[in-house]
Design a protein around this ligand. Structure first.
Ligand code: PXG
Length: 290
């Protein structure tokens, strides 16, 4: 496996960051999780745009432009001869000293890992997930804005630990007032009376790229898209619930906090959206040849 590391390709064993890298010392950095499907990098431009927006959000200047970054992603896929892949793109503040001051870090560390995809088991897409609401609240946007996809994921990891302790794979995280925000690594949607609803970006969520695609797919799937605040009460009364993310794509939820959603079966609109989303991944993206 070859890793893109500060402009060069190095073997996995040789790809090492310094113990003085502020990405490690302070979680000071940003990242992206991207997918490629049959030599198409899905929504590459959108992921690169979000990476640069996250970097801007933490005053981190990435020392290459967006075109160069797109090329680096594609070159890494080619170097590893991967048609279908999970791509992890990371930019840290770089190596510095033991102080917080980012000015000590003169050169950001940039690396790209391309690997095979580890997915939820296929049967969960047919049977649906069970999830719980966890006590840990989502970061408030005024402290660390969840729109920044930063290397500081402890808030999400605390939520994930609580889900795992409850015996389920994902957690619903609420905001300070008790409104639903998102899951630890996925956005959340509900369908009620042919309306497709998801919390707005200002609810304190990561503005997911899969989320945007699903909102765009609503009309052709017979649904009216709507961004609105929602509570657990709304989810308990939903016709259908599902999660979205680059890794999970669209995954149905059939049980939440030990209660069935509707009849506890994966709903028809969720199945339609999954079908339409899969069509999209087959035709859209940045194409490359091996
Ligand atoms: N919310 C959070 C907090 C996320 O981290 C999403 C929503 C979905 O966003 P996208 O743009 O992917 O639709 C994410 C994304 C991983 C992994 O390795 C995590 C994500 C994406 C890909 C892989 O756990 N999170």
């Amino acid at each position: 496996m070859l890793i893109y590391f500060n402009g060069k390709f190095v073997k996995k064993e040789m790809a090492r960051v310094s113990v003085f890298d502020h990405g490690l010392l302070y979680g000071d950095g940003v990242f992206e999780g991207i997918r490629s499907y049959n030599c198409l990098v899905f929504k590459l431009k959108e992921h690169i745009d979000r990476l640069y927006a996250s970097a801007q959000g933490i005053s981190l200047k990435i020392p290459m432009n967006k075109q160069q970054m797109q090329k680096a992603v594609i070159d890494t896929l080619k170097a590893n001869r991967l048609k279908d892949a999970y791509i992890r793109l990371v930019v840290t503040r770089g190596e510095g000293d033991l102080g917080l001051d980012p000015r000590n870090c003169v050169k950001p560390t940039i690396f790209i890992i391309t690997d095979k995809i580890a997915l939820y088991p296929q049967e969960l897409y047919k049977k649906g997930l069970t999830i719980v609401t966890v006590p840990t609240r989502r970061n408030i946007p005024e402290a660390i804005n969840p729109q920044i996809k930063s290397l500081n994921y402890l808030n999400n990891i605390l939520g994930k630990i609580e889900a795992i302790n409850a015996g389920v794979p994902e957690a619903i995280m609420l905001d300070q007032s008790g409104f639903v925000t998102e899951c630890t690594g996925d956005n959340i949607f509900m369908i009620k009376n042919k309306e497709l609803m998801t919390p707005p970006a200002y609810a304190g969520i990561l503005n997911g790229i899969t989320r945007s695609c699903v909102l765009d797919l609503a009309p052709q799937s017979g649904l009216k898209p709507k961004e609105c605040m929602m509570t657990r009460f709304d989810l308990f009364n939903a016709d259908e619930v599902f999660l979205t993310g680059s890794a999970a794509e669209i995954i149905p939820v059939v049980k939440m906090d030990s209660r069935l959603i509707a009849d506890g079966k994966v709903g028809p609109y969720t199945l339609k959206l999954i079908e339409n989303f899969r069509k999209l991944t087959k035709k859209e993206g940045a194409r490359y040849a091996l």
